[in-house]
Design a protein around this ligand. Sequence first.
Ligand SMILES: *Cc1c(COP(=O)(O)O)cnc(C)c1O
Length: 371
Amino acid sequence: MKVARYNYAHQLGSDIEPLIADLRAMLVAGRYELTAEVRQFESQLAQFLGARFVRGVNTGTDALVVALRALRIGRGDEVITQANTFHATVGAIELVGATPILVDVDPETFLLDRQQLGDAVGPRTRVLMPVHLYGKPTPMAEIVALAESRGLFVIEDAAQAIGARTEGQSVATFGHFGCFSFHPSKNLSAAGDGGAVVARNAELDEALRRQRELGQVGQNNHVVVGFNTKLDALQARILSWKLPHLEQWNEHRRKAAGWYRERLAGLPLGFQGRTAGETHVYHLFQVRTPQRDALLAHLREHDIDAVVRYPTPIHLQPAFAAYGWKAGRFPVAEALAKELLCLPIRPDIGVEEIDYVADCVHDFFGKSGLG
Ligand SMILES: *Cc1c(COP(=O)(O)O)cnc(C)c1O
């Protein structure tokens, strides 16, 4: 058996002819830029999230960059985020000229350690940027309260967590801005790149829109310097086609995660901790073991598309060498980078696939004498 990480045919559904017909009509008519299709997707997503202001942009990375720019974050400002995130979170901070401040994560949840977050706030801090990593929502009430008490902004990196909820609310709706990615790997994916930003109010939404559209207010009137990073209209149409299924897909991911936990119980493996009342969307299903690399090789030998996300934590990446962060500085992030492994999880993964993966994992620990 072969167990894949993605199945785009399933996401598109068995009859894609109506979608193809729409895309053909758009191509021929030249409906390419900020069209009705883009506005429709934005309002569809707003409704899905229970948000009022959503703007489509080119990528999840751009979403973070324009959100920071819309808050006028730049040189001399500090933005706090976590050491175990994907490169783009910290890259976006650097790209606007601000200084990333990293904090370590909780060893149970793999999310921001709120004690360390509070301790990291200093006179130059302007933004707190929690990441809802692997699809698990970061509890937001305390972070929002901390931001309010210190006069800070909150930007949520929700690229991995579309549809996740905590404290009765969708991720990306707690902060001043919330950012999504529609990269093909994400729970809701375009046929290429895409992203979106949720704004807390109309004023922030307008600042964001200007950053998205070359700083324009009306044609040829550029009031600020902005990026040009609009969600492509064809991608918007594809996203609108898929979004009605997202809730059900996320529900299946939760079910699949439950099957994994059940079938892997009793093995010397750790899992991302669960929090009462949360709705996790299992962008990734992580297992933790000091024998990670050997287990990965074993699964790959058995045609299971397991991967490591992410093998090198931010502070040890060459891109950020200038900050002088040393090995040992963020021990939890470092341990997770060495020990986490993603087992395949998809909105259509079958229980027989999960059984096969679980059998292979049991087989590995049986042979290694630790099972
Ligand atoms: C994917 C991702 C991004 C960037 O999104 P792109 O669309 O690939 O630019 C940012 N942050 C996190 C946590 C991500 O997983």
